[in-house]
Design a protein around this ligand. Structure first.
Ligand SMILES: *Cc1c(COP(=O)(O)O)cnc(C)c1O
Length: 244
């Protein structure tokens, strides 16, 4: 199936999952995870109406951001103005971040979902260029305690959120999780509900400088359970672009 048809199928899946959960389909953003696929695949998705893209690998992501900016400008020279990683597209860094790789992320991406320690957040804030809007960030939470997994422990999430929220060039927007693959819907849903409970605890804990409105959870295999559990943003690669 073409990327265009896969996107249509996926939007129907999201609509159905939202409706079944008693939610508006508009309350769930689709992030197309284009890692390992080239700029051509992203262009096809853009032509099908997709605007938000997720990348895991910094260098690969930056190359695509630049390629897509050149492509957009060739399509419409009026888009060649300053500001934003791209005038029309939104780029989300969702992969693990090392502190020596933060600069290109701060310089090119619009969002980062994988902030799991203060040092990374401080570097991103310091390195965010003054002419760009602040970087939108989610804290990655290790919700199911996988020992080798990135992510702040749930018990440390509030302290990290408080420290990140006051950094001048970042805007804290919410949480992100990558749970272990679950054998069935109910198991997946239970984990997603735990993440939502943590998210709601954070939301209610204090007034935040910007609304915490983003709960980034759910991928190709578990997006229905994630939407039922309260996800506001699903990150989908395989079901759009095919296997990697
Ligand atoms: C690859 C990846 C995805 C997409 O996974 P699929 O199973 O291909 O939909 C989502 N989130 C993160 C953090 C990823 O690395």
């Amino acid at each position: 199936m073409s990327i265009t048809s896969q996107l249509e199928v996926l939007r129907k899946r999201i609509d159905k999952a939202s409706t079944q959960a008693g939610r508006s389909p508009a309350s769930v953003t689709l992030l197309a995870v284009s890692k390992t696929f080239g700029a051509d695949a992203v262009i096809e998705a853009v032509q099908a109406g997709q605007r938000a893209f997720g990348e895991n690998y910094v260098q690969e992501g930056v190359e695509k951001i630049l390629a897509l900016r050149a492509w957009s400008q060739a399509q419409d020279p009026s888009l060649a103005k300053e500001g934003g990683a791209s005038p029309t597209l939104q780029w989300h860094c969702i992969g693990p971040l090392q502190s020596n790789k933060t600069r290109p992320v701060a310089e090119h991406f619009d969002w980062v979902h994988s902030v799991d320690r203060l040092k990374i957040a401080q570097r991103l804030s310091e390195q965010r260029p003054a002419h760009l809007p602040p970087l939108q960030v989610c804290l990655q939470v290790n919700i199911d305690g996988g020992p080798n997994k990135a992510g702040v422990a749930p018990a440390q999430a509030l302290a990290l959120a408080q420290a990140v929220a006051v950094l001048p060039r970042l805007v804290l927007r919410g949480l992100m999780t990558i749970p272990e693959p679950a054998p069935d819907f109910e198991t997946a849903l239970a984990v997603h509900r735990r993440t939502r409970a943590l998210f709601e605890t954070l939301q209610a804990s204090q007034p935040w400088p910007a609304p915490l409105d983003t709960l980034s959870m759910g991928m190709s295999a578990d997006l229905e359970a994630a939407v039922a559990g309260g996800s506001t943003l699903v990150r989908v690669g395989t079901a759009i672009f095919g296997g990697r």
